[in-house]
Structure formats: structure tokens, C-alpha cells
Design a protein around this ligand. Structure first.
Ligand SMILES: Nc1ncnc2c1ncn2[C@@H]1O[C@H](COP(=O)(O)OP(=O)(O)OP(=O)(O)O)[C@@H](O)[C@H]1O
Length: 231
């Protein structure tokens, strides 16, 4: 099976000089194409840091970090931007633009894809909103939507470009249990349809069953690499 992410002996530090602090220690992790991996762990253990490094949102300093066949450790900002074209992101606070409609927000997910003509962008965004059950809400602004609906717009924005990799940081944290369940089920269904790989950070024990595998971060060390989900 093809490997989507291969992390080897990755270390990461924040700050300089005396304030330099190591937050990731010798991380090793391989994720196969199409796999859904959940990363759990206490607050401050380094989960978001690892997720943002894999996503090319910050640059990796030492070790090896291969994402979709590209080495991102020591990569130039241009190369990181290029790599991000193939990723979709979903965050806890959905990060929708409040001054844009749901349709415009979803079209933002295609902003790095200048090769797609505007009419095609619009058609794809509408199709994606239909897939997340918001086909009737294309002209709503985020303030007029529930928390679960906003997160579904964020999923539509992340998946509209058919990314090979989806990175999600606490996507259900702000949601009640029913909406949280709907959101992860939707991610799972769409990801399996599109054949994309998902790495999802969560504290939410209720959603662990969507994972093909669970890994656990503690104090900057990846502790456990279980073969199958628990519970
Ligand atoms: N930009 C930064 N500059 C300095 N230190 C940082 C920075 N970002 C994170 N840290 C530190 O790195 C460590 C790991 O943080 P990180 O956000 O990766 O943890 P986390 O496991 O995602 O936590 P949470 O579950 O609370 O989101 C923490 O000690 C944090 O204070």
C-alpha cells in the first residue's frame, strides 16, 4: 500500500537561545494512503505542532518529513505553498469568513487552484455544499448557521479541491455529541469516496471508532501506535 505520510526522527523546537524549548522528540510515524488516523493526547503535548508541520503550515527543522512524496523538512516557503495545494484543513473554530456566504467560503478552498475557471469553481462549490446537506444554504452567512452547519461548511471547503490529505484539529470540540457524530461520519464517508488520507487530532473519545488507527502523543513523544481503534 502506498505511504501518504512518512515521519522519521522528527524533532521540533520553539524559541531561540536560552528560551529554546523542544516540543517534539524523535517522532516516527507512517500513514498509508486512504487511512484515517486519530491522534490523541493531553493539552500541550505537541499534537497541533505535529499536524501543522505535516500540513506545511510551519517548516520542519530536523529529521525527515515526507508528505505525499515531498520532503518538507528544510523546504522553501514556495515548496510548502505548493504542498498545501494538496491538503485540506478543518479546525475547531471552523475559521469561516463571516463576511462571505457559505458558497463564497467553500470557493475559498479552491483559491490555490487558479487553473480552474470561475464557473467551474462555483459549480464544484455548490455540488460540495449539496454533499454536506447544505445545498439550500448557499447564500447564508455563517452567523445564520448552527455550529454543526458551520463545521459542515468547513468540511466542504476542505474537501472541495479533492485533497489527497485532510488534516483536522479538534473538528468536533465545539459541537454537541449528535452534531459531532454527524460531522465525523460525513468526513469519513467523503474521505472514503475521494480516497483521501485523514489525520485527525481530538480529545473527543466519542469519535475514536472512525479511525483505522489511533496514535497517542505525550510530552512531545508519540507513545502508542495501536493497530486498531480501542473501544
Ligand atoms: N508558536 C509557539 N511558540 C512557542 N511555543 C509554542 C508555540 N506553539 C506551541 N508551543 C508550545 O509547544 C507545546 C506543544 O503545543 P501544541 O499546541 O502542539 O500542543 P497540543 O497537544 O496541540 O495541545 P492542545 O491539545 O491544547 O491543542 C506547548 O508547550 C506549547 O506551549
Amino acid at each position: 500500500m502506498a505511504i501518504a505520510i512518512s515521519v522519521q526522527d522528527l524533532n521540533h523546537y520553539f524559541g531561540q537561545g536560552q528560551l529554546r524549548k523542544q516540543v517534539l522528540f524523535d517522532i516516527n510515524l507512517e500513514i498509508n494512503t486512504g487511512e484515517i488516523v486519530i491522534m490523541t493526547g493531553p493539552s500541550g503535548s505537541g499534537k497541533t505542532t505535529l499536524l501543522t508541520l505535516i500540513g506545511g503550515l510551519r517548516s520542519a527543522q530536523s529529521g525527515s518529513l515526507q508528505v505525499l512524496g515531498q520532503e518538507l523538512c528544510g523546504a522553501t516557503p514556495q515548496k510548502l505553498t505548493q504542498a498545501r495545494k494538496h491538503h485540506g484543513y478543518i479546525f475547531q473554530a471552523h475559521n469561516l469568513h463571516s463576511s462571505l456566504t457559505t458558497l463564497q467560503n467553500v470557493k475559498m478552498g479552491l483559491e490555490l487552484h487558479r487553473e480552474i475557471p470561475p464557473t467551474e469553481m462555483k459549480a464544484r462549490a455548490i455540488r460540495m455544499l449539496e454533499q454536506v446537506g447544505l445545498g439550500e444554504r448557499t447564500n447564508y452567512y455563517p452567523d445564520g448557521l448552527s455550529g454543526g452547519q458551520k463545521q459542515r461548511v468547513a468540511i466542504a471547503r476542505a474537501l472541495v479541491s479533492h485533497p489527497k490529505l485532510v488534516l483536522a484539529d479538534e473538528p468536533t470540540a465545539a459541537l454537541d455529541s449528535k452534531s459531532g457524530r454527524d460531522v465525523v461520519n460525513l468526513m469519513q464517508t467523503l474521505a472514503k469516496e475521494q480516497g483521501c488520507t485523514i489525520l485527525l487530532v481530538t480529545h473527543d473519545n466519542r469519535i475514536l471508532d472512525v479511525a483505522d488507527r489511533i496514535v497517542h502523543m505525550e510530552d512531545g513523544v508519540l507513545k502508542r501506535n495501536t493497530a486498531s481503534p480501542v473501544g
